[in-house]
Write a protein that binds this ligand. Structure first.
Ligand code: CP
Length: 306
């Protein structure tokens, strides 16, 4: 399997996904045994210009579980020489001299692609502004496969901030590769899924519908993929943010409308868009989903560094 940089979801074809998920299953067994030491000579840098809990910790835990080592800056804009005016490209060129793989989260769309253009070592896009979050989409897809059994014929509702949420963009690209998937995009008018994704789905003859009423969609779908309204991307448009937050809340009442074997996913962090009471329901898959991030990222690192 040829994989070097991981920049966007479109670059994964079905054989690559299958291979990666087979390795991921093996990684679940590796973690159960406490880890391996196969990558003791390899070094990973995590270079994060935006906050993160899941992505940074799961990548770092993944590298440690593989026996590799990690160097990290969790606030690169303040604690790296970017604060002195160094460009992203120069930073990447320098870090290339120290490590075997770079995991990059950046606030600008296209930052990972710019980094890859000057990097000899693999760049993994850990989120580029409102662009993409391909490794999140991989763990989302793995979670659906594990929880539901297959992807073909899936009906999925993506809910909330579809305009600024990078996880739903990457997931839509990945799901468009599977047969008979139906996507229900549930968002207020200000936060609708962007035209580039809708055009891609039309080109690939993938069925989708845009909706504003969540309750109409809940009884139909196998997966409810809830997202946070991304306050940090509204800038000074406070009134717009206030008009969109908490429009869609998954509550006990929502559970009554859902199929008994459907699941609820969320890339997390959540604010008020899933009530805490929902956590007790077996259909709440979001904490299991976050755990899968460790296994998928171990598989990705092992593949890139093999
Ligand atoms: N899902 C996700 O990307 O979470 P973090 O921002 O905590 O990494």
């Amino acid at each position: 399997m040829k994989l070097h940089h991981v920049i966007e979801a479109q670059q994964f074809d079905l054989p690559t996904l299958n291979h990666l998920f087979n390795v991921t299953e093996e990684m679940e067994r590796v973690v159960a045994r406490g880890g391996i030491n196969d990558f003791h000579s390899r070094l990973m840098a995590t270079l994060f210009y935006e906050p993160s809990t899941r992505t940074r910790f799961s990548f770092e835990a993944a590298m440690h579980r593989l026996g590799g080592r990690v160097i990290s800056t969790e606030n690169a804009a303040e604690f790296s020489s970017v604060a002195k005016g160094e460009t992203l490209e120069d930073t990447i060129r320098i870090v290339n001299g120290y490590v075997d793989v770079i995991v990059l989260r950046h606030n600008e769309v296209g930052a990972a692609k710019r980094a890859a253009a000057v990097s000899r070592v693999p760049i993994i896009n850990a989120g580029d502004g409102a662009g993409q979050h391909p490794t999140q989409a991989l763990l989302d897809l793995y979670t659906i496969r594990k929880e539901i059994g297959s992807i073909e014929g899936l009906k999925i509702a993506m809910v909330g901030d579809l305009a600024q949420g990078r996880t739903v963009r990457s997931l839509a690209y990945l799901l468009s590769k599977f047969k008979d998937v139906k996507m229900y995009f549930v968002a207020p008018p200000l936060l609708k899924m962007k035209a580039d994704i809708l055009d891609h789905l039309r080109e690939h003859q993938t069925w989708f519908v845009e909706e504003t009423m969540l309750d109409r969609v809940l009884p139909e779908v196998d997966v409810v993929y809830q997202t946070r309204v991304q306050k940090e991307r509204f800038g000074d448009r406070i009134a717009d943010y206030e008009s969109c937050r908490d429009v869609y809340v998954i509550s006990q009442a929502s559970l009554q409308l859902m199929k008994p074997d459907a699941i609820i996913m969320h890339p997390l962090p959540r604010l008020g868009e899933i009530s805490m009471e929902v956590d007790q329901d077996r259909r709440a898959a979001y904490f299991r989903q976050a755990q899968n991030g460790l296994f998928v990222r171990m598989a990705l690192l092992a593949t890139l560094l093999a």
